[in-house]
Ligand binder design. Sequence first.
Ligand code: KG4
Ligand code: ZN
Length: 357
Amino acid sequence: MTAARSPGSVPLVLGIETSCDETGVGIVAGNRLLADAVASSVSEHARFGGVVPEVASRAHLEALVPTVHRALADAGVQARHLDAVAVTAGPGLPGALMVGVAAAKAYALGLGVPLYGVNHLAAHVAVDTVAHGALPAPCVALLVSGGHSSLLLIADVTADIRPLGATVDDAAGEAFDKVARLLGLPFPGGPYVDAAARDGAADAIAFPRGKADDGTSDFSFSGLKTAVARWVEARHRAGEPVPMADVAASFQEAVVDVLTRKCMDACRRTGVDDLLIGGGVAANSRLRALAEQRCAQAGIRLRVPRPGLCTDNGAMVAVLGALVVAAGRAPSAPDLGADSGLPVTVPVVGAVAGAVA
Ligand code: KG4
Ligand code: ZN
């Protein structure tokens, strides 16, 4: 690519994220975060108990340009100084992704800079570099969000991501959201369950730990969700009050116990001593505490971004974009499209690994 147009010598990259209900725009200079502007449509989905794709797409359309302007103002830079535009090309909601991709193409074309369509899941991992520096290679990454739960072996987040295992049914965040709904808590439920659990006993109810000891890096949360539903229903039938804090704490413990056990097993099996946890559920206070404790016991170095960088944001897309630029990967083709099912093994769309732009 051409020399950086930004005042310094590090490339200035704009990142656009619209895969779900957050319109995120981030700006980085190399691995330095300059802006992280997020407009969320979550309140518009709350009464439906889940994200409504059409509502999300419309909200992205309305929020995108103002959020780009806010990010530029926060970063104190002008659009003409940008060196590249990165955008989430997938996975995610098709209509929502299309809004971001179309906008990113327009900005890239208008500014005459390269466009990089990047993977949302890889971006959840890459964002940690702004907090803790370059990723150790290789590292094991646990990615836990509303739509995904996987364990990955990452040699290079821009080029070499290998799946070790994934959920066979619900994602961890989905389980939090469904259990929150059962307990009458608002959407998205993760943060509310996290808060409710603080006043409860994690060992009050022995909920099942699906696939915990099956020797794989796969997960299953649907049996746990059903067990919580049955337990709560039985209380209702008996006319007894539901001890919300105890249910929340016991459910949360079952999820984070399995997640952290699987992380330790994956590190042991691969012989890797560096673990990274990313995605919205990585904001969970108990997951962070238990992971810290178990990593310390096992001699594993743990990296988790601060909670605001775990949930969806534009900074993560800008960060992955900057890493891709720094690695000299070819930009995405101008006919870049949204790919709602983009596999985690494809960090950059339409780029030839190793090619120089
Ligand atoms: O990564 P993310 O923002 O969006 C997706 O890519 O899906 O993750 C959203 C998920 C939701 O299911 C939300 O309930 C969950 O992350 N989440 C949490 C917490 N904060 C967000 N789950 C548990 N504890 C939290 N503190
Ligand atoms: Zn996400």
